[in-house]
Write a protein that binds this ligand. Structure first.
Ligand SMILES: Nc1ncnc2c1ncn2[C@@H]1O[C@H](COP(=O)(O)OP(=O)(O)OP(=O)(O)O)[C@@H](O)[C@H]1O
Ligand SMILES: [Mg+2]
Length: 371
């Protein structure tokens, strides 16, 4: 996948920006607060329909303006695509190739984006919620209907918990919610199981590369229903219903739902030790890098093309060996790298690189690497 052009109107600190990107490496350089992340935020929006920094669309509209526009053209499977997003005070429209889409999941899976920012270095160290978010984001862009299951699951979970918090709990209604929860949940369980198996395989190799073959990274799916390789939608549905029924009294007492995909996590081991408990900071960071970078290969395997890669402020967080490894290993991937370090220009000064110098919401100059 190659993002070719980007147009921003009233997006954060940009008035009207039109850029043509390099099909390999794009380095966005500028001092703090000039608008580097704003650009990659808009690229991310073309993929996911929303920002990774805020859930409030209106924050993205330029101060004192009413509407914003983001448009990006890209190529995939040798065809050209155009994604456009317009956001006003109370309205939002998304078009794919000039056709309005009705549901957000119809946007997912068009432009595949992997974003890597400093928070991702804490992926292994952080709580289960962050790891679930990671899993959800990745499966959604490979299998967009997953996002739909998840939205529906969360709606039912919310209603179920609301019912549990009421004065009198209507058991018949609880039956209905359990049935829905298990129906959506069983799809999610299966898709997570399959995704985690694949990412575990890829990250094992990735981690060996990053650690000179010293560390053995193992990842598996932590879930409450003991899902197995053999399980089908049906058997998972039954297992999940069983759990919900067994926990009904407990759920009524505690007014919350004890079992389900909202409790899932990843078990992560390095040389057979739980890296969350026993890993050093460095090991946790490296394991996070392995996991994130594995997404790239996984998307390539599943979708047939590499995603575009965004490295937001993360380059300076890597040591020299890893910087080099990254650049050398990802020569087939289009990259967008933001940095406040002018010295990074030297590292990237190659013919496959375009450097965009950014200052106060403007691309003030463009340098072609290798000159
Ligand atoms: N809605 C908005 N309207 C106008 N300007 C905005 C809006 N939201 C954020 N900004 C401005 O955008 C700038 C931040 O941009 P951005 O986060 O892209 O910086 P950056 O270049 O990535 O900086 P750093 O190197 O610190 O990460 C700030 O100056 C902020 O005031
Ligand atoms: Mg930034």
């Amino acid at each position: 996948m190659r993002l070719k052009t980007l147009q921003l109107v009233n997006f954060r600190n940009y008035d009207n920006l039109h850029i043509n990107f390099n099909e390999k490496v794009n380095l966005l350089v500028g001092k703090n607060g000039q608008g580097k992340t704003n650009i990659v935020e808009s690229i991310y929006m073309l993929s996911f329909g929303k920002s990774f920094r805020t859930s409030k669309d209106r924050e993205i509209i330029k101060f004192e303006k009413e509407n914003l526009y983001v448009g990006g053209s890209f190529s995939k499977y040798n065809s050209d695509y155009l994604i456009e997003i317009a956001i006003g005070k109370n309205k939002k429209g998304v078009k794919v190739n000039k056709v309005h889409i009705q549901k957000m999941y119809e946007l997912l899976g068009n432009l595949n984006v992997v974003i890597f920012s400093p928070e991702d270095l804490k992926l292994v160290k952080e709580g289960p919620k962050e790891r679930r978010a990671f899993i959800d984001k990745e499966i959604s862009q490979i299998i967009p209907k997953y996002y739909n299951y998840l939205t529906n699951y969360n709606k039912v979970l919310f209603q179920r918990n609301k019912l549990l918090k009421g004065h009198i709990v209507d058991k018949n209604l609880l039956d209905v919610y359990d049935e829905s929860l298990a129906r959506y949940g069983s799809y999610i369980y299966i898709l997570r199981r399959d995704f985690i198996k694949k990412i575990a395989n890829i990250s094992m190799t990735m981690h060996k590369n990053l650690t000179n073959e010293i560390e053995d990274l193992k990842i598996n799916y932590k879930n409450q229903i003991n899902i197995s390789e053999e399980d089908t939608i049906e058997t998972v549905y039954n297992k999940f219903i069983e759990k919900l029924v067994s926990s009904r009294e407990h759920d009524i007492d505690t007014r919350t739902t004890r079992y389900g995909i909202h409790k899932d996590d990843l078990n992560i081991f390095i040389n057979d030790l739980d890296v969350r408990l026993y890993g050093s900071q460095g090991q946790q960071r490296t394991a996070s890098i392995s996991l994130k970078l594995s997404e790239i290969e996984l998307i390539k395997n599943e979708v047939g093309e590499y995603p575009v890669l965004i490295l937001d402020d993360v380059f300076s967080e890597l040591d020299e060996t890893r910087q080099k490894l990254l650049i050398d290993n990802l020569s087939l991937v289009q990259m967008f790298i933001t940095t406040a370090e002018v010295s990074h220009k030297k590292i990237f000064n190659k013919s496959n690189t375009t450097i965009f110098n950014i200052n106060q919401g403007n691309v003030v100059s463009i340098e072609n690497g290798g000159n």
